[in-house]
Design a protein around this ligand. Structure first.
Ligand SMILES: Cc1ncc(COP(=O)(O)O)c(C=O)c1O
Length: 442
C-alpha cells in the first residue's frame, strides 16, 4: 500500500460526490478489481455500470492498441473510417429499425444534451417532460431533466423542464390500485399537470426505460406504450436514454426491444464503450435531415474520435461473439433466483426486481410497512466491501434503500455464488450489529 498516494488523493483531489472507498485502486480484470493492498474485490457494479464485457477484456486492449497504430484523435471534420464502420454496424445490427443515423460523442450526459437539442430544433419547441427519479447526467440540459439527485446549489436550471411522478410498482404514488394501474394513473396525472402548465412549445418526453438511479424501477410495458402515444398526441419526440439498458445488459439488444416501443431518438453510452468514454445518439433520417437543414451543431473536440469508436466496435463484436445478450438472461435469471432465495430468509429484503443483469434489491424495516431500512443498506454495503464485494446502494429518503446489482455480463456462476454468499454473510452481520446496538441503547 502506498500511503503517500492515499494522502495525495486526500490533499490534491476535488471530492466529486458519492462515497469513495478508503483504499486506492490499481487494476481490474473481468469481474475483479484490485486495490492498493493487492486485495481482490468482486465488482457487482461493472465499474460505473460500463464494463459489461468485463474489465480490460482482451478485445478492448487489442482495440486500444489498434487505434494506437492508426489514430486516437483527428480534426472533428475528418470522419475516421472506423467511425463510418461503427455507424453502419449500429444502424444494421443494433438500433431499432428506422433509427439509422448516429452521432458519436463521449459521455451519457453529452448524449442527452445531443438528444434534447435535436428534439428542440426539430420541433421548434423547448419543453422537455421528464420522469421522477431519472438521472440523465450532470451537464446543463441533462441535469435540468434529472430528478434522482440533489438539484440545489447550482443556480437556475434550464427552463422549460417538467416532471411527472415515476411508475414505482413497489411504492406506488397512487394507492389502492395494482402496480400497473397505479403506474398508468401516475402517467395520466403527470400528463394532465403538464398539459395545464405547457406553453404549447413542446419538444420531447425523455425517459430511462428502466429508471436505474431512481431505484431500478421497471415500468409495465403498457406504460411505455402509453408514453409513446402521449408523445405522438402532443407532437413531441420520445427520447429513450438507454445509457444502462442498451447492448445486452437487460438480456435484450436494448429496452426498445424489451418494451416493443421505438423512440424517435435513442441515447446510448455507458455500455457501449466497455469502460472507455464513448456515447452515441441515434435518430431517423427524417429528423436528421430536418435538423441538418436548420443548422444543427454538436461540434466537440472529441466527436467522431477514432479511439473510442474502435473500442465500441470491439465491444459490440464481443457481445455477439460471446453471446452476452443470452448470457444476461441466463446468468441474470440465476442471480435473481439466488437473491430471491435470500429474500425468503430475510424479512428486510422487501423486493427483488429488474431485468437481465440489471437488478434492484430493496431493503425495508418490515414487509408490511415497507419503511426504508437505510441503516441496514449502508452497513451491509460496508460489510460487503470488507468481505470482498463492491455493491452500489441508492439511498434517497423519499425512494427507499435499493441496491443496484449489475455485474459484468461475463461474470461466471461461481463468481455470482461468491458474491451472493458474501451478501448473505454481510446481511447477517449487519442485522446482528443493528439489533445489538438497539439492545445496548435500550
Ligand atoms: C441513465 C443515465 N443517463 C445518463 C447518465 C450520465 O452519463 P455520464 O455519467 O456518462 O455523463 C447516467 C449516468 O449515471 C445514467 O445512468
Amino acid at each position: 500500500m502506498n500511503t503517500h498516494l492515499r494522502e495525495a488523493a486526500k490533499e490534491f483531489m476535488v471530492r466529486y460526490g458519492g462515497d469513495t472507498f478508503p483504499s486506492l485502486f490499481r487494476s481490474a480484470k473481468g469481474s475483479i478489481v484490485i486495490d492498493d493492498t493487492g486485495r481482490e474485490i468482486l465488482d457487482f457494479t461493472s465499474g460505473q455500470m460500463c464494463a459489461t464485457i468485463g474489465h480490460n477484456h482482451p478485445a478492448i486492449v487489442q482495440a486500444v492498441h489498434e487505434a494506437g497504430e492508426k489514430a486516437y484523435h483527428l480534426f472533428s471534420g475528418m470522419i475516421p473510417e472506423v467511425v463510418a464502420q461503427l455507424a453502419e454496424t449500429m444502424a444494421k445490427d443494433w438500433m431499432p429499425k428506422g433509427l439509422s443515423k448516429s452521432i458519436f460523442i463521449n459521455t451519457g450526459s453529452e448524449s442527452n444534451e445531443v438528444a434534447m437539442r435535436m428534439a428542440k430544433m426539430f420541433t421548434d419547441g423547448y419543453e422537455i417532460l421528464a420522469v421522477g427519479g431519472s438521472w440523465h447526467g450532470v451537464t446543463g440540459g441533462a441535469s435540468a431533466a434529472s430528478f434522482a439527485s440533489d438539484r440545489k446549489g447550482y443556480g437556475v436550471h434550464v427552463p422549460g423542464v417538467f416532471v411527472m411522478p415515476e411508475p414505482n410498482l413497489y411504492r406506488p404514488y397512487i394507492k389502492g390500485l395494482d402496480g400497473e394501474a397505479s403506474a398508468l394513473a401516475c402517467l395520466e396525472m403527470g400528463l394532465k399537470m403538464y398539459d395545464m402548465a405547457s406553453t404549447g412549445r413542446r419538444a420531447a418526453i425523455i425517459v430511462e426505460p428502466i429508471i436505474s438511479a431512481g431505484g431500478v424501477l421497471v415500468p409495465p410495458k403498457s406504460y411505455m406504450k402509453a408514453l409513446r402515444e402521449a408523445a405522438d398526441e402532443r407532437n413531441m419526440l420520445l427520447i429513450f436514454d438507454e445509457a444502462q439498458t442498451a447492448f445486452g445488459r437487460i438480456g435484450h439488444r436494448h429496452a426498445a426491444d424489451f418494451f416493443g416501443v421505438t423512440p424517435d431518438i435513442m441515447s446510448v453510452s455507458k455500455t457501449m464503450g466497455g469502460g472507455l468514454p464513448l456515447a452515441a445518439v441515434a435518430t431517423t433520417p427524417a429528423i436528421e435531415e430536418s435538423i441538418h437543414s436548420k443548422g444543427f451543431t454538436f461540434y466537440t473536440s472529441h466527436v467522431s474520435d477514432p479511439l473510442p469508436a474502435t473500442v465500441g466496435l470491439a465491444v459490440l463484436r464481443t457481445i455477439q461473439e460471446e453471446h452476452l445478450i443470452e448470457r444476461a438472461q441466463t446468468m441474470g435469471g440465476y442471480l435473481r433466483r439466488r437473491l430471491e432465495e435470500l429474500q425468503s430468509r430475510y424479512e428486510a429484503i422487501g423486493d427483488v426486481r429488474g431485468e437481465g443483469m440489471l437488478l434492484g434489491v430493496e431493503l425495508v424495516k418490515s414487509r408490511d410497512s415497507r419503511e426504508p431500512f437505510h441503516a441496514l443498506g449502508a452497513l451491509t454495503t460496508q460489510r460487503c466491501y470488507e468481505l470482498g464485494l463492491s455493491m452500489n446502494i441508492r439511498r434517497r429518503p423519499e425512494r427507499g434503500s435499493v441496491w443496484r446489482i449489475a455485474p459484468p455480463l461475463t461474470t461466471t456462476q461461481s463468481e455470482i455464488d461468491r458474491g451472493v454468499d458474501i451478501l448473505d454473510e454481510a446481511l447477517r452481520l449487519s442485522l446482528d450489529e443493528i439489533s445489538r446496538t438497539k439492545l445496548v441503547a435500550a
